[in-house]
Design a protein around this ligand. Sequence first.
Ligand code: ZN
Length: 100
Amino acid sequence: MYKCCINERCYKRKLRENRCSSCGLSYTEASSGNGFVGKLLVKTDSEVNTFTIFTQQVEQLCKLLECNIKSTSLESDIAKKLPVNIKFQKMEQKITKILV
Ligand SMILES: [Zn+2]
């Protein structure tokens, strides 16, 4: 999890020293948004692959697994519910959409 800009045009850009390098807005610990980036191990019929997932996919995964995205132990909350069957769309090594 990382702190991000909540300006929609900035697409959850990561903050540097609580400042968005795109729009220049400053944030406090409390006012910044939360962005996510992680790895998901996915086994398909023929192979096992590691994919990168970002905030949007984590949100979709949370919806699917009924996890609270605001949880401070989100990572282990998700891990506890795995493995799970998912349908997803991918592009190279990134999952672009988890279908719920
Ligand atoms: Zn910004």
